[in-house]
Design a protein around this ligand. Structure first.
Ligand code: HEC
Length: 280
């Protein structure tokens, strides 16, 4: 058992013991001191109420902040609620209104607001390094996919492999002449889903073609001063505020100052500004 689990067991033990002590005190005093002609509630209502309150607070406390739950645990808690606590069941299986997909979405959202800043930053950095390695390995992946085409024995296998080859070739053509940089890796992971058409459904078009967010092939005109662009990406702009030369925020562009370091944002911005080369 980890030290956290031991602590958890200890705290539960103390809490249960305290609760047991309170219950036994109340039961004893009810037995010893109760006047025969008065109702239990009349004489001991307050202590019973306090005891119940203690129990509820303890259970709520447990849920609210004690443990870092695993996703499985969270799914269970959200789906079935917590008996003996104010936490209701949200999942259909538990009699609540949400389907499993909605519970998953909720958990993803909880993660996004819950991960401590340092950890989130570390995860973003690690993921970017992994993405950079993927970009560097695209040539090898292409060769492997081409070998798969050659080795395919069924039409279905060959088609799948050919699709893979086409995808990698397209991606390589976008990178033509550019050495995969950290900026590009960070862009792919943090920005492409909104700024590159097709990125979210595995049919990415040229980087920065624009999707939910505007195309980025013109950012050097929008932000003649590179520091303005860095500031925009770092701090964002509230809905209605101006940015760059002629931009007006709809408040939908997230800001990245909490998740990414200044160096990382600078690298992304440098990469974004290089996208002007793809401007036709
Ligand atoms: C959730 C979608 C989303 C993500 C993720 C996102 N953006 Fe945006 N971005 C937008 C939207 C929407 C706008 C338009 C401004 C607005 O509505 O606030 C925008 C505008 C911009 C602009 C100004 C473009 C112009 O010419 O006006 C830049 C530069 C930009 N984003 C860079 C980035 C970078 C860099 C990242 C990643 C670190 C990123 N964006 C991630 C949605 C997104």
């Amino acid at each position: 058992m980890s030290s956290g689990a031991w602590m958890m067991a200890l705290v539960i033990l103390i809490a249960v013991a305290t609760l047991g002590f309170l219950i036994s005190c109340t039961v004893r005093s009810i037995r010893d001191e109760r006047s025969a002609h008065r109702s239990v509630w009349r004489e001991f209502g307050l202590s019973i109420a306090l005891m119940v309150l203690f129990f509820v607070t303890w259970a709520a406390q447990f849920i609210a902040q004690w443990q870092r739950f695993t996703d499985e645990q969270l799914t269970d808690i959200l789906t079935y609620g917590r008996p003996f606590s104010p936490m209701p069941a949200w999942g259909i299986d538990g009699g609540g209104p949400m389907n499993p997909q909605q519970i998953d979405n909720l958990i993803a959202y909880l993660h996004s607001i819950e991960i401590p800043k340092d950890q989130a930053r570390k995860e973003a950095t690690d993921a970017a390094e992994k993405e950079r390695q993927r970009l560097l390995g695209l040539g090898d992946s292409l060769a492997a996919a081409q070998a798969k085409v050659a080795a395919a024995t069924t039409d279905a296998d060959r088609e799948a492999a050919e699709k893979e080859v086409a995808l990698i070739e397209t991606e390589l053509s976008y990178n033509a002449g550019r050495y995969p940089s950290m900026g590009q890796a960070l862009f792919n992971l943090n920005c492409a889903r909104c700024h590159t058409l097709g990125w979210s459904y595995d049919e990415p078009r040229a980087p920065g073609t624009g999707a939910y967010g505007p195309p980025l092939t013109n950012v050097d005109n929008q932000f003649p001063d590179v520091d303005d662009q860095i500031d925009f990406v770092t701090n964002g702009r509230k809905r209605g505020e101006k940015y760059g030369l002629n931009g007006q925020s709809a408040g939908r562009m997230p800001h990245f100052g909490k998740l990414l370091s200044a160096d990382q944002i600078e690298a992304i911005v440098k990469y974004e500004r290089s996208l002007r080369e793809t401007r036709s």
